[in-house]
Write a protein that binds this ligand. Structure first.
Ligand code: THU
Length: 133
């Protein structure tokens, strides 16, 4: 898959969405991403009777990232039950920031942008290094 083949990535997200467990919200989400070494990884939301414990599709995706070899993400997109592109929630933007490669691109309803386009002035791993002992 080419690095910016968002049509294929959207299709992978749609297939992942079919695996969602979303009985409480009735809002299944699927996510798909490309890794630096060419893997396509996916995630779906997994809700819980204790509502606040529910996992967004991005949560299970970053779990898959680690379980399948780790590394960074170069491209990402997520979809709703209609297969339409949606934007990650605020918490999941932070999750993506942690694993975004330099060349990270995300397809949003308004087009393709970088991590800065969805999470400006992000707090990230480097901030933890910038305090004196
Ligand atoms: N959801 C995601 O999986 N990812 C997002 O970025 C937006 C929201 C899920 C959480 C919940 O299971 C359902 O969508 C409704 O908010």
């Amino acid at each position: 898959m080419a690095q910016t083949d968002f049509a294929a990535l959207t299709q992978a997200a749609r297939e992942a969405m079919q695996r969602a467990y979303a009985p409480y919200s009735g809002y299944p989400v699927g996510a798909a991403a490309l890794t630096e070494d060419g893997r396509v990884i996916t995630g779906c939301n997994v809700e819980n009777a204790s509502y606040g414990v529910g996992l967004c599709a991005e949560c299970t995706l970053v779990g898959q990232l680690q379980l399948t070899g780790g590394g960074k993400l170069t491209a990402f997109t997520c979809v709703n039950a209609d297969g339409e592109t949606i934007t990650p929630c605020g918490r999941c933007r932070q999750l993506l920031n942690e694993f975004a490669a330099e060349e990270f691109r995300i397809l949003t309803p308004r087009g393709i942008t970088g991590i800065d386009g969805i999470l400006p002035e992000a707090f990230g791993p480097s901030d933890l290094q910038e305090v004196s002992a």
